[in-house]
Design a binder for this molecule. Structure first.
Ligand code: SF4
Length: 307
């Protein structure tokens, strides 16, 4: 099959656009959509220092590669990468190595923040211990807090995350299915809205959120980026897995579904009365991080795992 834009052989079929793309037109298309999202969401300001959350997986690796390729010589913005090491032997240590290699190839300043240093506990220790709940419910909370810590330490003006179109559409659909309006409001304000009050956290942005996962994977493969592809051994299938499968099947039968979900989600979220939905935020009495209670979730979970 030929590329829809030139006579080169196609490497990817975009069912939702009806196009077939060759290698160079896939690169162009991905980079153009990232630039366009950066413009639409007002992600670039003069004097910015973007801290890219680099996991070593394909999404954040492609994001760092595209940002460095497109904006690496732009004096308006500095690009730095931060990797979290949750302490998951046989998984994260290899992903950290892949992220080091990529940052070094791209000449990007790179920092690693470990749960062991920050919280004096690793995910492996939590999993081995007699703790109720599943590792992800601890790890997810610690990860959010660790990324805020990394942003602060590295003087980030924006925390840049590698979520792709499938990720954000799954989250949107899960929030709809749960009927959780408060979470829709928080999700929108935290990482989709072009406006940010900047009071509590460094702004989180997702410039890759228009690119489907498959296109990100093909981009990473064609560029031969050093990425770590295995899934975390603790990854829970549960709801997100079900939603992912359902969405992929629906997208296969009705191309463009993920884009439609995000269009509707953003329109609905934009029109919510966020002030009346969102809970009041104060400072955690233990660590000072923003929280809606007296003690933040990270501090109460830390107390639990160390009890
Ligand atoms: Fe942490 Fe769970 Fe993600 Fe593994 S799958 S990195 S345990 S949140």
């Amino acid at each position: 099959m030929e590329c829809s834009r030139c006579s080169e052989p196609a490497v990817l079929r975009q069912a939702y656009s009806g196009n077939h793309l060759c290698t160079s037109h896939l690169y162009q298309s991905v980079e153009k959509r990232v630039k366009s999202r950066i413009r639409k969401d007002g992600i670039m300001d003069r004097g910015d220092r973007w801290v890219v959350g680099l996991s070593g997986g394909k999404d954040s690796s492609v994001l760092l590669h595209v940002l460095q390729r497109v904006f690496g010589d732009n004096p308006t913005v500095e690009i730095v990468a931060a990797t979290l090491d949750e302490g998951i032997e046989g998984y994260r240590n290899e992903a950290v190595e892949a992220s080091r290699e990529l940052a070094s190839q791209l000449g990007v300043e790179h920092h690693v923040f470990s749960f062991d240093d920050l919280y004096d506990v690793t995910v492996d220790e939590i999993t081995a211990g007699d703790n109720p709940g599943k590792p992800c419910s601890y790890c997810g909370v610690f990860r959010r807090s660790a990324l805020n810590h990394a942003s602060e330490k590295l003087d980030a003006t924006k925390l840049v995350m590698g979520h792709n179109l499938d990720d954000v559409a799954q989250t949107a659909l899960m929030n709809f299915l749960d009927g959780d309006v408060e979470r829709i409001s928080r999700h929108y304000e935290a990482s989709l809205s072009p406006e940010h009050d900047g009071e509590n956290f460094v702004r989180r942005v997702k410039p890759l959120r228009d690119i489907p996962e498959k296109e990100v994977a093909v981009y990473a493969q064609l560029k031969d980026l050093p990425v770590y592809l295995d899934e975390c051994p603790n990854a829970e299938g549960a709801t997100r897995g079900e939603v992912r499968d359902m969405l992929l099947e629906y997208e296969r039968r009705h191309p463009g579904t993920r884009h439609s979900i995000m269009n509707a989600y953003e329109k609905i979220a934009t029109n919510l009365d966020h002030d009346s939905i969102d809970k009041d935020v104060s400072s955690c009495e233990k660590c000072g991080e923003p929280t809606t209670g007296a003690v933040c979730r990270k501090c109460s979970l830390l107390e639990e795992v160390k009890a």
